[in-house]
Design a protein around this ligand. Structure first.
Ligand code: NAD
Ligand code: AHE
Ligand code: ZN
Length: 376
């Protein structure tokens, strides 16, 4: 079949909208009509050329929702007409990672996914001239129709609006999941969130859900203060305006008469900046503070700290897709949204047509959007 897609032709160049060829689903695969897709900072990271795994030409996008239109041989868990969210972190329930019970990082298709290919090592997308176009993060939601492995779709309820729940395909699950699954934040905790964008605000609402007492938001953009407060932030810091080093400032803010050591129980980096990651670790509480890296750092970047920070009990962790097991957890997060436990609507600041997709990247660069969603 033919479908319309935004193609990342080359790093650093705007996406190009074209008709492309899409081969139907092979065994174990499903054809999905994408109804809506968010634009995540990670799409920008790849398009910019800073992603060591970035390959071109490719059809980016990994935060979508849509409807199964056709299934390949042997597919049993979904059928045409089912509403689904594509999963860049699949859940096969059979690989060593899934069966370990210790991680959400299913490894069943990771090698080919990282090469922009389907599990059989080929691409379903090609130009009208027949040249192959690569998949991206196993999803390619910047195409109106896409083909996915069965293990990389989560079946969701049919009354959930596509233009909202597409955000659960990455940002919402990443932020809320980092709090619930990775950090396992408890009632009364003190937490710091660095970077109040599409991910950080979801960390904030996850902290509110978990019952944290003190939710400190850190951002260089003062306009994020109101945004953070909207979802439960209790304190805002703009590091460029405090006139002193950020770490001792936060440590002081978290001190109490009983606890003169100070430091946060949990901190989250949602910037991808390695200096921020260091601050996030070092303002975690001596003896038990946990710092979670969510942000994706540029190619070649490395994190550093004094080992003494770890010797004295701080823990550095990372979180991908919020530690969520997609086929199991994503339908539940859709229920949380439908039941009013978490918010999505106010974070979707811009709705665009596929032809306008590059505007979504411009809005992100200008810090003007939280999430732009493309509606097909
Ligand atoms: P975003 O652009 O919407 O938000 C980033 C925010 O960080 C902005 O508000 C910006 O002002 C702020 N910021 C930038 N530099 C800062 C600094 N030095 N100090 C304080 N604040 C600063 O991006 P997003 O969509 O929220 O994504 C955030 C990061 O998370 C990106 O690196 C993205 O690639 C990554 N991400 C990771 C996962 C995962 O599974 N680990 C999933 C999705 C996104
Ligand atoms: N390809 C990048 C790494 C990018 C990365 O860390 N991706 C996250 C998801 S970001 C979603 O917006 C992830 O889940 N990674 C796990 C994995 O297996 O890729 C690089 O630097 O090479
Ligand atoms: Zn993402």
């Amino acid at each position: 079949m033919r479908t319309r897609a935004a193609i990342a032709v080359q790093a650093g160049k705007p996406l190009e909208i074209h008709e492309v060829n899409l081969e139907g689903p092979r065994a174990g695969e499903v054809l999905v009509e994408i109804m809506a897709t968010g634009i995540c900072h990670t799409d920008e990271f790849t398009l910019s050329g800073a992603d060591p795994e970035g390959l071109f030409p490719a059809i980016l996008g990994h935060e979508g929702a849509g409807v199964v239109r056709e299934v390949g041989a042997g597919v049993t868990s979904v059928k045409p007409g089912d509403h689904v969210i594509p999963l860049y972190t699949p859940e096969c329930r059979q690989c060593a990672s899934c069966l370990s019970g210790k991680t959400n990082l299913c490894t069943s298709i990771r090698a080919t996914q990282g090469q922009g290919l389907m599990p059989d090592g080929t691409s379903r997308f090609s130009t009208l001239d027949g040249d192959p176009i690569l998949h991206y993060m196993g999803c390619s939601t910047f195409s109106n129709f896409t083909v996915l492995p069965e293990v990389a779709v989560a079946k969701i309820r049919e009354d959930a609006p596509f233009d909202k729940v597409c955000y659960i395909g990455c940002g919402v699950t990443t932020g809320v999941g980092a709090v619930i699954n990775t950090a396992k934040v408890e009632i009364g905790a003190k937490a710091v969130v660095f970077g109040l964008g599409g991910i950080g605000l979801n960390v904030i609402q996850g902290l509110r859900l978990a019952g944290a007492d003190m939710i400190i938001g850190v951002d260089l953009n003062n306009e994020k203060k109101e945004w953070g407060e909207r979802f439960g932030m209790t304190h805002f810091i703009n590091p460029s305006e405090i006139g002193q080093d950020l770490v001792p400032y936060i440590v002081n803010l978290t001190k109490t008469p009983f606890d003169q050591i100070g430091g946060a129980d949990y901190t989250f980096d949602c910037t991808g900046n390695v200096k921020v990651m260091r601050d996030a670790l070092e303002c975690a509480h001596r003896g038990w503070g946990v710092s979670v890296v969510i942000g994706v750092a540029p190619a070649g970047a490395e994190i550093s700290t004094r080992p003494f920070q770890l010797v004295t009990g701080r823990v550095w962790k990372g979180s991908a897709f919020g530690g969520a097991r997609g086929r199991t957890d994503v339908p539940k997060i859709v229920d949380w949204y439908m039941d009013g436990k978490i918010e999505i609507d106010p974070m979707i600041t811009h709705k665009l047509k596929l032809d306008e997709i590059n505007k979504g990247f411009d809005l992100m660069h200008a810090g003007e959007s939280i999430r732009s969603v493309v509606i097909y």
